[in-house]
Design a protein around this ligand. Structure first.
Ligand SMILES: Nc1ncnc2c1ncn2[C@@H]1O[C@H](COP(=O)(O)OP(=O)(O)O)[C@@H](O)[C@H]1O
Ligand SMILES: Cc1ncc(COP(=O)(O)O)c(N)n1
Length: 270
């Protein structure tokens, strides 16, 4: 019997429900993909900021991978908050052990409220050990700057940064433009065959952007789990965000969550 499409998120939880694993589950659910989860860290968080974070003992992280790969037929995975170098190493080891592909690496570093979700000294491990395993790596602008050690001011800098990240071993690169201070937001995509394109959309004037990056990478992972091609999955991810960010829900007093219900009813086949 054909298995229902199944995907995996390897990330941190958000008690506020807007970002991290909670955003990933909601996105995959809206895409009609079954979501399994490896919890790397737990955060006490709301729409205002992260109040406390705790990374799980690595043997507990290993145990979750073992449980999932004993039973499920995972067709695509994504990483999010990985906390520190020890947990990056643990996740890398498991990705290799279970041959986890395709893999989307969202190199989450700092929450919208300003709290670090990846220690500074772990950035090197992400560059040297995790990015080379990525089918797609999806940094936002500050993350792309930290990874490449350059300042990104314009489209040309963005292209240069993407090439630099591709040269680190990532097959496909998306540099997300959500942090741009302009009326149009442009995400830049550099594919493994060297072709590239921009995905531009009007910047929605809202502070309810909690979990946009998690949602994008989970929507792409969902499309891949259903057998979509990489360029088509990337375009689907962008259209998913564009649709749901325009229909906000009033929850919390800070960077509110996205409205994943808006996409409920996505046809089972993309
Ligand atoms: N205000 C906005 N209006 C429309 N799209 C947005 C807005 N903010 C972010 N996005 C989109 O959400 C996705 C995630 O981008 P970004 O916010 O840069 O990532 P992150 O959450 O990792 O910081 C991108 O596709 C980006 O274009
Ligand atoms: C557990 C966890 N993972 C990821 C994010 C990033 O989301 P955002 O950039 O929208 O704050 C977060 N805030 N919390």
């Amino acid at each position: 019997m054909k298995q229902y499409p199944q995907a995996l998120t390897i990330a941190g939880t958000d008690s506020g429900g807007g970002a991290g694993i909670q955003a990933d589950i909601k996105t995959m659910q809206a895409c009609h993909v079954f979501s399994t989860n490896v919890v790397v860290a737990v955060t006490a968080q709301n729409t205002l900021d992260v109040q406390k974070a705790f990374a799980l003992p690595t043997d507990m992280v290993d145990a979750q991978f073992a449980s999932i790969y004993e039973d499920f037929d995972i067709k695509a995975a994504k990483t999010g908050m990985l906390a520190d170098a020890e947990h990056v190493a643990c996740v890398v080891q498991n990705i290799k052990k279970y041959h986890i592909q395709p893999l989307i690496v969202d190199p989450v570093m700092v929450a919208k409220g300003g709290t670090r979700l990846l220690s500074k000294d772990a950035i090197d491990s992400v560059i040297h050990d995790l990015i080379p395993l990525a089918t797609i790596v999806t940094p936002n602008l500050p993350e792309a700057e930290a990874i490449t050690n350059m300042t990104i001011k314009n489209h040309e800098d963005t292209r240069t940064a993407a090439k630099k990240i591709a040269s680190m071993g990532a097959k496909n690169v998306i540099i997300k433009g959500g942090h741009q201070d302009s009326d149009i937001i442009s995400d830049y995509v550099l594919l493994s065959d060297g072709t590239d394109f921009w995905m531009a959309s009007p910047k929605v004037d809202t502070i309810r952007t909690h979990g946009t990056g998690d949602t994008l990478s989970s929507a792409i992972a969902s499309a891949l789990a259903k057998g979509d091609t990489i360029p088509s999955a990337i375009r689907f991810g962008k259209s998913f965000i564009e649709t749901i960010i325009q229909q906000d829900i009033i929850v919390g007093h800070g960077h509110g969550p996205l409205n994943h219900w808006k996409m409920a009813g996505t046809p089972n086949e993309i």
